[in-house]
Design a protein around this ligand. Structure first.
Ligand SMILES: NC(=O)c1ccc[n+]([C@@H]2O[C@H](COP(=O)([O-])OP(=O)(O)OC[C@H]3O[C@@H](n4cnc5c(N)ncnc54)[C@H](OP(=O)(O)O)[C@@H]3O)[C@@H](O)[C@H]2O)c1
Length: 307
């Protein structure tokens, strides 16, 4: 079967299309015939070895962290799905860029009718990470002021909507071409991060969602209330960039099938917008991973295995 294999940490040539042997489903697992997989920034961070301490790997490894597909076989004791069911989910590990993947059945949810496999594969990691990071501190509610950095990205697009649903005043930073998109998701204010300094425009923020790292983190302390918190997903550097006495949290998404089922259902019935920003063929996954490193586009890029 086809796979996107990482043999050694490195640049764009390090992840390549390869032949791997088809796995079989172990106890409590299902074998999924993968139809689509979401491209994530974690792919290039893993490829380059940036996160080798946080996510130790035995190489070679198949990349890819979320998928949509069809159940092809059941492992011993697996009972949540039947052969032929359409499923979607995060793996909670690597291996989604392969024609077949053995997955713990507890990670997966049924793909709602009305969602294509490509649409489904765009949801798991981004929607779960956005929801959980927004509610990480348990403080966001009506009247809260939330600043989302990277609001047009995969996480940001969901987080703006979730914050709005919670009754918050929502500010999003994004590129100039994405400001209308960010407003359309419910942001009260959208700021072009290239031409405007967000700290000149907003203050009194209760929660900053740092879906972007670097100096964005350092500059955000000035717009936060003294009691406010910053939750970062881009890298653990947020911990080192948190001044004494301030609340800075490094967040890592936890697979949650019940939450994912609800959020995927919301997308299917039109209550939550999910944007597929691009579709690539399997062979183009290595290039799509590299493009994600260089600069994102709004929404989520998805690999369609049937192309
Ligand atoms: N810890 C976890 O559990 C977890 C889970 C999922 C994702 N993540 C991480 O979270 C981050 C966001 O993920 P994602 O999937 O949403 O990424 P994404 O789709 O690539 O979106 C990132 C967005 O940030 C924008 N951006 C870049 N620099 C910016 C700046 N200085 N200010 C404001 N916006 C800026 C990009 O716009 P341009 O078009 O201008 O480039 C892009 O729209 C990534 O670092 C990813 O690795 C972590």
């Amino acid at each position: 079967m086809r796979s996107i294999l990482l043999r050694d940490y490195g640049g764009k040539a390090a992840a390549q299309v390869a032949e791997s042997s088809k796995p079989s489903a172990g106890p409590g697992q299902v074998l999924v015939s993968v139809r689509a997989a979401g491209i994530n920034a974690l792919d290039w961070k893993v490829r380059e070895g940036y996160v080798r301490d946080a996510f130790p790997l035995q190489l070679p490894a198949v990349l890819g962290i979320e998928l949509a597909g069809v159940v092809e076989a059941l492992g011993a004791g697996a009972s949540r799905f039947r052969v032929g069911d359409r499923v979607m989910g995060p793996l909670g590990g690597l291996g989604a860029y392969a024609d077949h993947v053995a997955v713990d059945e507890t990670r997966l949810v049924p793909t709602p009718e009305g969602l294509s496999d490509v649409e489904a594969a765009a949801i798991p990691v981004a929607a779960l990470a956005a929801w959980q990071s927004l509610h990480f501190t348990g403080t966001v509610g009506a009247g809260s002021r939330v600043l989302v950095h990277g609001a047009a990205g995969a996480l940001g697009g969901f987080a703006v909507q979730f914050a709005r649903q919670a009754g918050a005043f929502v500010v999003g930073t994004a590129g100039a071409g994405d400001l209308d998109y960010v407003r359309s998701l419910g942001a009260d204010l959208a700021i072009d991060y290239r031409s405007q300094r967000f700290e000149d425009v907003v203050d009194d923020i209760d929660l900053v969602l740092a879906y972007v790292g670097g100096d964005v983190i350092d500059r955000s302390w000035t717009v936060l209330k003294p009691s406010g918190a910053m939750v970062g997903t881009a890298s653990p550097e947020i911990l080192a960039r948190t001044p004494e006495g301030r609340q800075g949290h490094w967040f890592v998404m936890t697979p949650d099938a019940a939450l994912l089922e609800r959020l995927a259902g919301d997308v299917a019935r039109g209550a939550l917008k999910s944007k597929v920003g691009g579709i690539v063929a399997f062979e183009d996954i290595p290039a799509a991973i590299e493009r994600n490193r260089i600069g994102a586009r709004s929404g989520k890029v998805v690999a369609d295995f049937t192309r």
